[in-house]
Design a binder for this molecule. Structure first.
Ligand code: MEV
Length: 323
């Protein structure tokens, strides 16, 4: 049985369909080359505890007494409990350290990436090899604790990597095509709550009684068209769908002037596409384009004081190494 395991998992961007997915449209997301890593090792203590250290603090979580747990790291205890039940294992006492390149609260799936990496490393120290389906389900248990009832798109991207198509009721489907592309992720540094953004979008959608279903249907078709264009690497047409999607999200009230500025700047400098990504109301924007356009947009955004990440989209999902 290994003593120490290290797992890493990617963050994500939603390329198309965020918010609308909550009401039944397709959503398309991609992994990004910013990763969260978790190292777990067995330690001697007589309780079924997970001792977690991260930038969010340190805590000891008793996997059998989760109701007592308070704080942002408790979700990991739910993932551990899911694994213990699913695999019929007696949870050992484990120490885990979290390191992450993914900014927190920026709409880039940092909590899901941590939950996925944690689940793989935790299962690893209990002698379980990497099983993406199982890890994905365990991480969803952590995400439910963190976000209520999320769509599951973040943990699926972190588990499988690449590009993922999602629809409520149909579930999540990793896409076959293994394209990787360059992009910029631009963090406005405006902290926002996913829960509040979802509520505000839903409230505004309810004002559109009579055209609501048509709008959801339109986004549904735009996402599927986007998948087709991505498969053909037709980034110019794909980018146009991104610009249009941003306009729709902005009209639904989940953009902010900073995100609109980024999208206009990207458009003015010839990027293929740009939009807010994730919940909006702050958080991040995603820009795709050729090298020249991306470098101008990067410079302009840095002048404004935004945090800019050069990323690859579509990278590998969770990875595990044990010794
Ligand atoms: C948040 O990353 C994406 C939303 O569509 C919510 C969800 O899908 O759970 C806003």
């Amino acid at each position: 049985m290994p003593q120490t395991c290290v797992a890493s998992a990617p963050g994500k961007v939603i390329l198309l369909g965020e918010h609308w997915v909550v009401s039944g449209s397709y959503g398309l997301a991609a992994s990004i080359s910013l990763r969260a890593s978790v190292e777990c090792e067995k330690i001697s203590c007589n309780k079924p505890e997970v001792h977690v250290e991260s930038v969010l603090g340190s805590t000891a979580i008793n996997v059998k007494e989760l109701e007592e747990c308070r704080g942002p790291l408790c979700g990991l205890g739910y993932a551990a409990r899911y694994l213990a039940k699913a695999l019929s294992i007696e949870p050992s006492c484990v120490q885990c350290r979290v390191f992450s390149q993914i900014p927190v609260g920026a709409g880039l799936g940092s909590s899901a990436a941590v939950a996925v990496a944690f689940s793989a490393a935790y299962a690893g120290v209990h002698g379980i090899e990497l099983d993406r389906d199982l890890i994905n389900k365990a991480a969803y248990a952590a995400e439910e604790y963190n976000h209520g009832h999320p769509s599951g798109i973040d943990n699926t991207v972190a588990s499988y990597g690449g590009f993922v198509l999602y629809k409520r009721g149909l579930g999540v489907k990793p896409l076959e095509s293994r394209v990787e592309l360059d992009a910029l992720v631009i963090n406005t540094r405006i902290q926002r709550s996913t829960r509040k953004a979802v509520e505000y979008f839903q409230r505004n959608l309810s004002l559109l009684e009579g055209v609501r279903d048509e709008l959801i249907g339109l986004v549904d078709r735009l996402v599927l068209k986007g998948v087709e264009l991505l498969g053909k690497k037709d980034l110019e047409r794909f980018g146009r769908i991104m610009f249009l999607s941003h306009g729709l999200l902005s009209g639904m009230g989940v953009s902010v002037p900073e995100l609109d500025w980024i999208v206009h700047t990207a458009s003015a400098h010839g990027a293929y596409g740009a939009k807010l990504t994730g919940a909006g109301m702050g958080g991040s924007a995603i820009v795709i384009g050729n090298r020249e356009a991306l470098s101008i947009v990067e410079r302009e955004c840095m002048k404004k004081g935004f945090e800019v990440y050069q990323v690859r989209l579509g990278v590998e999902g969770v990875k595990l190494e044990c010794r």
